[in-house]
Design a protein around this ligand. Structure first.
Ligand code: NAD
Length: 256
């Protein structure tokens, strides 16, 4: 797959799935702007090894104003935006009655509303240039629920609905919009959930095994690299008629 000449923005790409996708897009030749917090300098050096132009913009994805400034930065400094990967996301696990209102608001803002804001701002340029790909990193939790994850499940179901709406609004254009629904991927977001099990008394091995065994029949984690390959495929011309899909890569989670 050759993405030379394409410009990609991957939100929340300083670790985990977003970083895996950023690597594959850069390896395929795209210029890549990442967003997210943490050790940005190290990540930029690693990404730069693919030989394409890379950049970073530190927008807080909970803030529509900062999102607008980031989209303007990509347009101004890179000359446009062809591939938008909405990946930034957070998690909080607690029963509805105990769920902190501030965590609910943050999860809806970062995991769902940010997808609306980046998409509404990216689409006019994609329409002008006559090509575009929007990839929304949803989750198996966009299609089924788990106890304790009300905000996350609501946000991810919302992302899949939004994906379908955008896919219909762009259906007769060379712009596609799809969601990717990963099962368990061993990233910092999931490490926190393994740690919670260890703190509740499980051994690290049992915590990992039980987490997988409850949901993912393969008993193996999906990897950011595998998700990166799927993202590159969805950017290809072979995927030009994949529209509004919620494409799971989940070790069998949703087959049950
Ligand atoms: P991660 O914690 O490794 O990465 C999250 C990224 O988002 C980081 O780069 C972080 O800096 C960034 N981020 C967090 N809050 C932000 C904010 N307010 N503004 C900007 N950036 C912010 O998590 P991950 O597991 O790689 O998750 C990435 C996406 O994949 C999320 O949307 C998550 O819901 C989804 N997902 C993860 C799994 C999994 O098992 N790990 C499964 C399904 C879906």
């Amino acid at each position: 797959m050759n993405l030379k000449g394409k410009i990609a923005l991957v939100t929340g790409a300083t670790s985990g799935i977003g970083l895996g996708i950023a690597h594959r897009l850069a390896a395929a030749g795209a210029a890549v702007v990442i967003n997210g917090f943490g050790d940005v300098e190290r990540v930029l050096v690693e990404l730069g090894q693919h030989g394409t132009r890379v950049g970073h913009y530190p927008a807080d994805m909970a803030d529509p104003q900062q999102i607008a400034e980031m989209l303007a930065y990509v347009e101004r400094e890179f000359g446009g935006l062809d591939i938008l990967v909405n990946n930034a996301g957070i998690q909080h696990v607690e029963a509805v009655e105990e769920f902190p209102v501030e965590r609910w608001d943050a999860i809806i803002a970062i995991n769902l509303s940010s997808v609306f804001h980046t998409s509404r701002l990216a689409l006019p340029g994609m329409r002008r240039r006559g090509w575009g790909r929007i990839l929304n990193i949803a989750s198996t939790h966009g299609l089924v629920a788990s106890a304790g994850k009300s905000a996350y499940v609501a946000a991810k179901h919302g992302v899949i609905g939004l994906t379908k709406s955008i896919a219909l609004e762009t259906a007769s254009t060379p712009i596609t919009c799809n969601a990717i629904c990963p099962g368990w991927v061993l990233t910092p977001l999931v490490q926190q959930q393994i740690l919670a099990r260890v703190e509740a008394g499980a051994s690290p091995e049992a915590a990992r095994h039980d987490l997988l065994a409850e949901k993912q029949p393969s008993l193996e984690f999906v990897t950011p690299e595998q998700l990166g390959e799927l993202a590159v495929f969805l950017c290809s011309e072979a995927a030009a008629q994949v529209r509004g899909a919620a494409w799971n890569m989940d070790g069998g989670w949703l087959a049950q």
